[in-house]
Design a protein around this ligand. Structure first.
Ligand SMILES: [Zn+2]
Length: 176
């Protein structure tokens, strides 16, 4: 595996083909980090991924509404929550936990639960927080009324994944 990218679906012809309607293969909730663009990570093109990006790949009502559109309007059957190694948001959440004087906003508040959970685990703290956050977000989505019935009849799969910046490999860490 050479890890070379093919950059499919990025031609004017593809642009025209999907200009009037989109049928993305997957909805991906990933971090805003400039190194984790899902279209490049998965080597796909225009119209292939319904991307929702926010630092720390956490969920709020706006993120939820966007993902709902992908699943219930565009009929996307795969939803991926993708965290990544060397995530600045995860690192900031760990540092904020250790320093109570740091003022934290909604994003770090969302990550705090995962930091608290990871503190009682063995192994690498950063890795555990990143994974805990992905699993927590994926399961929270799976429990939503707008998604749960689809999951139970096999019309939606929610996957939690971790992207490695160094190798380019995406590892599945959770699945509904
Ligand atoms: Zn990140």
């Amino acid at each position: 595996m050479a890890g070379l990218l093919e950059h499919p679906g990025q031609t004017p012809a593809r642009r025209s083909e999907i200009a009037n309607a989109q049928r993305p293969l997957a909805a991906v909730l990933s971090c805003a980090d400039s190194r984790t663009s899902p279209e490049i990570v998965f080597d796909v093109g225009l119209g292939d991924i319904f991307a929702v990006r926010v630092a720390g790949n956490v969920v709020d009502h706006l993120v939820l509404e966007s993902l709902d559109f992908a699943v219930n309007n565009l009929k996307t059957t795969l939803l991926i929550v993708m965290g990544h190694r060397r995530c600045g948001a995860v690192q900031a959440a760990i540092e904020a936990h250790d320093n109570p004087d740091v003022e934290i906003g909604p994003m770090l508040r969302e990550l705090r639960t995962s930091v608290v959970a990871a503190k009682s685990m063995t192994g690498d703290l950063f890795e555990n927080v990143m994974r805990q956050n992905v699993i927590r977000v994926a399961r929270r989505l799976a429990a939503e009324n707008r998604f749960a019935p689809l999951i139970s009849v096999g019309k939606l799969i929610i996957v939690g994944a971790a992207y490695d910046l160094d190798t380019g490999i995406v590892t599945v860490i959770d699945r509904t």
